[in-house]
Design a protein around this ligand. Structure first.
Ligand code: NAP
Length: 239
């Protein structure tokens, strides 16, 4: 029970990494508010509260965080996990596709951190965990908008960590390598094989392997950890 009495909001919780975080955190004693734009692929664990939250909407963020605080009285942990991926190189990238990526993967994180800080500052405590990617700190060809957004999330996390360090708020980013989720299942098999082949462990990661990293950052075990990048990638970035 490493998260007893913690009130947690997870975005993009209906599948993949967000779902694994929701399940593990509930098992570890947290009260979890699981948000997404769709219903979960499998039912959430007992006690998990489902919320509608499109992370691109300023109004929806306010409503969701107000709902959490209205029901639970506080917000201890925010997991900014919702995300999409796209592979266009920059010369093939249209402005609409660019704007969509930035809206979900970057602006969503900005809006979420802003709403969380609004609640966490008066509490003088909180942990914000932003899911970036290995491609937030290293490059692969193509995927220009995804690199832009995930790189921004890496640095936005460090900025928020420094800005609110005096308010007892910790902010860290998590950088998964290739993880088997509905998002990667929907990708071309040769693309997935190439990424796994470039991973020293030569296998896909499991969503729970990211959830365990987030668990450390959410718990009081990481009380001296802020502004860091937790890489969970089977060795990919060590090369
Ligand atoms: P996933 O299975 O597709 O889960 C992401 C969830 O976010 C989906 O339910 C998705 O709904 C939802 N979502 C999309 N747009 C949203 C919005 N505007 N507001 C709220 N929710 C929204 O993907 P995942 O692989 O678990 O990825 C989770 C996070 O990890 C993402 O930020 C991703 O970039 C990051 N990541 C993943 C990997 C990997 O290999 N899987 C590696 C590095 C980083 P829809 O299905 O309708 O889009």
């Amino acid at each position: 029970m490493r998260l007893n009495n913690k009130i947690v909001l997870v975005t993009g919780a209906a599948s993949g990494i967000g779902y694994a975080i929701t399940e593990l955190f509930a098992e570890q004693g947290a009260t979890v508010f699981a948000s997404d734009i769709k219903a979960p692929l499998k039912p959430y664990a007992e006690g998990v509260e489902a919320l509608d939250l499109d992370v691109t909407s300023e109004a929806a963020w306010k409503e969701a965080v107000d709902a959490v605080v209205g029901k639970a009285g506080r917000l201890d942990v925010l997991i900014n996990n919702a995300g999409i991926i796209a592979y266009e190189p920059l010369d093939e990238l249209g402005i609409e596709a660019w704007n969509r990526m930035i809206a979900v993967d970057q602006t969503g994180v900005f809006l979420g951190m802003r709403e969380a800080v609004r609640v966490m500052r008066p509490q003088q405590s909180g942990s914000i965990i932003n899911i970036s990617s290995i491609w937030g700190s290293a490059a692969v060809g193509g995927a220009h908008s995804y690199h832009a957004a995930k790189g921004a999330v890496r640095n936005m996390s460090k900025n928020a960590a420094i800005t609110y360090v005096g308010d007892g708020i910790r902010v860290n980013s998590v950088h998964p390598g290739f993880i088997a989720t509905p998002l990667t299942d929907a990708q071309a098999a040769d693309l997935n094989e190439a990424t796994i082949g470039a991973t020293p462990m030569k296998r896909a990661g499991r969503p729970e392997e990211i959830a365990y990293g987030a668990l450390f950052l959410a718990s009081d075990e990481s009380s001296y950890v802020t502004g860091t990048e937790l890489v969970i990638d089977g060795g990919y970035l060590a090369q």
